[in-house]
Design a binder for this molecule. Structure first.
Ligand code: 13P
Length: 255
């Protein structure tokens, strides 16, 4: 982290977990534990929990995000949610391009870019996920893959709009596997992402960008990962489902 240059942000991605009662209980437990956080705190919850979580977090320092949005403003897209439907509810953030969307739901770099456009136009703050597969890391093309994902996602995005974007580096092989990238690996790729952004927007814009690491980040390894200059926070899956675990990561980012 480099808190002089940019904001540290810990975001929980609850994925497809927690019904409304469970969501409310988790937020109520979390609120006192993170109230003095010296970093941004976001929970990205299932669509069906948004209303409950927005109400439960009102007046607190916990911000609320969704986990996807469609690129069209409205229309015949059964099962999809438009970006403006989220902002109308009061949702502030949205996760885009998560590897699970890419892997199971046909998300591509191009559709991530389209969703990013719609999210920005609606006034949402996107958390854009990039990351290589295990095979790609083994073939030595991590830098190329992550650089390309970053460039395509940011196509058509202005420097002013970049200020509302967070990028999350999530190596696919580390997600839900208990296999964390080493701090050096995480720091190296987050640095590569920043260099790509510097190439597109200049050094100052890149220095101000929050870049998170995600993939089996937990209370035990958070401090070491966050000690990397270019790792400005975390996108947390499994460990975001328990208040003590999530708040311990928030505490590590608050140091
Ligand atoms: P885990 O923390 O469960 O590995 O998930 C990471 C992730 O995918 C967050 O978006």
């Amino acid at each position: 982290m480099n808190k002089k240059l940019r904001k540290a942000v810990i975001a929980g991605n609850w994925k497809m977990n927690k019904n409304r009662a469970e969501a409310k209980a988790l937020i109520e437990e979390l609120k006192p534990l993170v109230k003095d956080a010296d970093c941004g705190v976001i929970v990205c919850v299932p669509f069906t929990d948004l209303e409950t979580v927005l109400a439960a977090t009102e007046g607190s320092n916990i911000c609320v995000g969704a986990q996807n949005c469609h690129f069209a403003p409205s229309g015949a897209f059964t099962g999809e949610i438009a970006a403006t439907m989220l902002t109308e509810m009061g949702v502030e953030y949205v996760v885009l391009g998560h590897s699970e969307r890419r892997q199971y739901f046909g998300e591509t770099d191009v559709t991530v870019n389209k969703r990013l456009r719609a999210a920005l136009d609606a006034g949402l703050k996107p958390i854009v996920c990039v990351g290589e597969l295990l095979e790609q890391r083994e073939q030595g093309v991590t830098a190329e893959v992550v650089g390309m994902q970053t460039r395509i996602a940011l196509g058509g995005v202005s420097a002013e709009e970049l200020k509302n974007i967070i990028i999350a580096y999530e190596p696919v092989w580390a997600i839900g596997t208990g296999k964390t990238a080493t701090a050096d690996q995480a720091g190296e790729v987050c640095g590569l992402i920043r260099a790509t952004v510097a190439d597109l927007y200049g050094k100052e814009a890149a220095d101000g960008l929050t870049i998170q690491y995600g993939g089996s980040m937990n209370a035990g390894n958070a401090a070491e990962l966050l000690a990397q200059e270019d790792v400005d926070g975390g996108l947390i899956g499994g460990a975001a489902l328990k208040a003590p675990d999530f708040s311990a990561i928030v505490a590590a980012a608050s140091k």
